[in-house]
Ligand binder design. Structure first.
Ligand code: AMP
Ligand code: MG
Length: 309
């Protein structure tokens, strides 16, 4: 079997040729492409079935690499110093339009950039030597994959290579903050609002300006079965995603028996997928507290249920 460094070198070579690579990150598995290669980025949108008006996050190894593609201000520096490498994405003015092609930015003058912390993502970025766009490796609208097997099931047929980083430690997508005027939370995620506000002060709410975050689609992260939220007693025939102390049983998956939000986040997409496979008429989900990581978990659940626009 190939050693991991050889696999990373092969994956980097595939990216150089314009191929797509399944890449583990600490949030979810991504499908990576060379951000500066419009043909590769077009193949990525195609593989995901993703609308090309929904721009992609550019992944870089560190702050120095981020500064080559984006214009940093003092707020960006403070957030990057506090949370990178890690699950925080910054939307900033674009500095190098060739390194992140128009298609990857959906034609915007801004770029979303993040330095992931997963060692294999770091190794791949350093071997490749440039920014990689890497949206979640699911088909557009489906739950994000948090294991290699789930990623292969979704988009494996389109990938030239895949790296196995084990189950994702965080399990939820990155937090997205725009630093274009007042700091705005575009997507709640693995870094909590409170952690960011401790550094920047109060965040402005994201407005409905579709240009700011065109990816806030109503139905997203969705299983095939209908989803019902805030359910404490599932109906006969339904699967149940429980939270906290609950009876065990067939078709019951507990996001966290101890009521731990980090554990629930890490289990969310894998449990949704498992419940989706069991043949239930619907998936009922227990109420999840809204504080801390609960904001991002509830955001994903509402979108998976198609409740929000
Ligand atoms: P995903 O790739 O599915 O994790 O989603 C990336 C998120 O970042 C989507 O909600 C995008 O709309 C958002 N995003 C990416 N680039 C930009 C940008 N330049 N301005 C605003 N939002 C962005
Ligand atoms: Mg996604």
């Amino acid at each position: 079997m190939d050693t991991p460094p050889a696999q990373v070198a092969l994956a980097a070579a595939a990216l150089k040729r314009g191929g797509l690579v399944i890449m583990p990150t600490e949030t979810v598995y991504g499908l990576a492409a060379d951000a500066g290669n419009p043909g590769a980025v077009a193949a990525l949108y195609e593989a995901k079935g993703r609308p090309a008006f929904n721009p992609l996050i550019s992944h870089v190894a560190d702050q120095a690499a981020a500064r080559r593609i984006a214009r940093f201000d003092e707020r960006a520096e403070r957030l990057a110093a506090a949370f990178w490498p890690g699950p925080l994405t910054l939307v900033l003015p674009i500095a190098d339009r060739a390194a992140v092609c128009d298609l990857a930015r959906a034609g915007l003058d801004t770029v979303a950039v993040r330095a992931p912390g997963h060692p294999l993502a770091q190794a791949l970025l350093r071997a490749f030597g440039g920014p990689l766009v890497a949206p979640s490796a699911n088909r557009s609208g489906r739950p994000s994959p948090t294991t290699l097997a789930d990623a292969l099931e979704e988009t494996g047929a389109s990938a030239a290579a895949a790296l196995d980083g084990g189950p994702c430690a965080v399990g939820l997508e990155s937090t997205v903050i725009a630093l274009l005027d007042a700091p705005r939370l575009l997507r709640p995620g693995a870094v909590t609002r409170a952690a960011i506000e401790a550094i920047l002060g109060p965040l402005a709410e994201a407005d409905d300006d579709a240009r700011r975050s065109p990816g806030r689609l109503a139905r997203h992260y969705a299983p095939h079965s209908p989803l019902r939220l805030e359910i404490t007693a599932p109906a006969p025939g339904e699967a149940w995603l429980a939270f906290g102390p609950a009876r065990a049983g067939e078709r019951i998956w507990n996001l966290s028996p101890t009521g731990d939000l980090a554990e629930a986040a890490a289990n969310l997409f894998a449990h949704l997928r498992a419940a989706d496979r069991c043949g239930a008429s619907a998936i009922a989900v227990a109420p999840i507290p809204r504080e801390g990581l609960g904001e991002a978990i509830n955001d994903r659940l509402r979108r998976a249920a198609g409740y929000v626009g």
